[in-house]
Design a protein around this ligand. Structure first.
Ligand code: AMP
Length: 195
């Protein structure tokens, strides 16, 4: 049976210092699995990436992991994925992840997460895809990034409409519901009070 929706999640290959990061990654995976969804992610077991994948699988969801062969050991490739794609390059990884997704969600993370977030956002503003892009500003983690982006708007390098392409939220479950509904992939009965 095909999944109700397919969500690409970008997040840290480390767990971060706030226990809320790991707990939220677990909730996100649980939500995807509980709603018959599919997680698309970078295919590792480390950090938040591993937590979101394990939680999706534990809740009965599908997990598509895509990892470059050079990172199989470094990021500890997750052999429990429903589908694990081992690819030649980082560019191939990101292309396959994007193709398999109906929507994108970035959780807290580091340089890799930021790069992936900016890539799908820039692709969106160029019209390469029309899929919703979300940023989870958990416990203010992305406050300074968002402030800087507004500085860029004020200085005339970005426009409000570009900012409006990103769904920013602090509540993971509300943001998940929004992304899946905007993507037009909401399965019957996705409601916050069922989580
Ligand atoms: P990080 O947020 O740095 O912990 O990385 C999260 C994920 O992003 C990891 O699976 C990285 O391999 C991946 N990633 C994607 N693009 C890049 C990039 N250009 N540089 C570093 N990591 C990247």
């Amino acid at each position: 049976m095909s999944p109700a929706f397919s969500l690409c999640v970008y997040c840290g290959s480390r767990p971060g210092t706030d226990a809320a990061f790991g707990e939220t990654a677990r909730q996100v995976g649980q939500w995807i699995g509980a709603h018959g969804g599919q997680l698309v992610y970078g295919g590792g077991r480390n950090g938040l990436m591993g937590i979101v994948a394990d939680a999706t699988l534990a809740a009965g969801g599908r997990v598509v992991g895509v990892i470059p062969k050079a990172l199989v050991e470094k990021e500890w490739a997750h052999t429990g994925c429903t589908e694990l794609h081992i690819v030649d390059t980082m560019h191939e990884r990101k292309r396959i992840m994007a193709e398999h997704a109906d929507a994108f969600l970035s959780l807290p993370g580091g340089i890799g997460t930021l790069e992936e977030f900016f890539e799908v956002w820039t692709w969106r503003q160029l019209g390469y895809h029309a899929k919703p892009v979300g940023l989870l500003n958990l416990n203010g983690y992305y406050d300074h990034l968002l402030a800087f982006l507004h500085t860029s708007v004020q200085n005339g390098f970005m426009s409000d409409w570009q900012m409006e392409l990103v769904h920013v939220g602090a509540q993971p479950l509300a943001l998940l519901e929004q992304l899946v509904q905007v993507a037009g992939m909401a399965p019957e009965g996705v409601r916050l009070d069922q989580i």
